[in-house]
Design a protein around this ligand. Structure first.
Ligand code: PGA
Length: 222
């Protein structure tokens, strides 16, 4: 695994948009999609390209345990930044739900994931698999760490509004994707990214599990 360094945030969005655009040419593409600050340039670029999403099915990585109609839920984020701005069918857009194993069944029923796009948290989490998550973990309800709550407070009116729990796709689930792309943006991510890519493969750095996957690309920009 190596870190591909890109010029800027817009190039990050454009390079990953090329990969998504290619995936959309598959017969019935299945994508896993992230939220957060990092993929915003990707979604903007994808919307600008005016692609055909009519045969695509998506699975989001995670969702807070909160009212999904809340403006700061990941359902709302995806509608605003991508789904409402493409021709994707709302019925084809899936988010982790309870019972969590039914969500997993839905992925299997769709014959697996072609492409999984990930971000990385400053503590090395991928999706909401916080440090210490089992490498075999499946979709489940998790407690968010203090660090993640602090990092994500920027998306809420106050830190007290950040939900303390979420439903996340598991590390075992993510690793079954045929292809994985990890996007990271900002100097504050570089240290953890280096640890994940070059350090020990350990459950205390969830993203280090990606060293065990055969088809991973990592893109970083300051
Ligand atoms: P960010 O979040 O893109 O808002 O930095 C990434 C993550 O926590 O996975």
């Amino acid at each position: 695994m190596k870190i591909n360094i890109l010029k800027n945030y817009w190039e990050l969005g454009s390079v990953v948009a090329d990969i998504v655009e290619h995936a959309l040419t598959l017969p019935e593409p299945k994508l896993v999609l992230p939220t957060g600050s990092t993929p915003l340039s990707l979604y903007k670029e994808l919307v600008n390209r005016d692609l055909d999403w009519s045969t695509t099915t998506t699975f989001n990585l995670d969702e807070y345990l909160m009212n999904i109609n809340h403006p700061y839920s990941y359902h709302s984020y995806m509608k605003k930044n991508l789904f409402d701005r493409t021709n994707i069918y709302p019925d084809h857009c899936n988010f982790p739900f309870r019972p969590t194993l039914s969500f997993e069944d839905k992925i299997y029923a769709n014959s697996g994931i072609d492409l999984c796009i990930l971000g990385i948290g400053s503590n090395g989490h991928i999706a909401f698999n916080e440090p210490g998550s089992s490498f075999k973990s499946r979709t489940r309800v998790v407690d968010l760490t203090e660090q993640t709550i602090k990092d994500n407070a920027k998306h809420f009116d106050s830190i007290d509004d950040v939900p303390k729990q979420a439903i996340t796709m598991g590390l075992g689930t993510i690793m079954e994707s045929k292809r994985i792309v990890l996007m990271a943006n900002g100097k504050h991510k570089l240290n953890i990214l280096n640890v994940a890519v070059n350090g020990e493969v350990t459950e205390s750095v969830p993203a280090s599990i990606l060293q065990n996957h055969k088809n991973v690309k990592i893109y970083y920009c300051e």
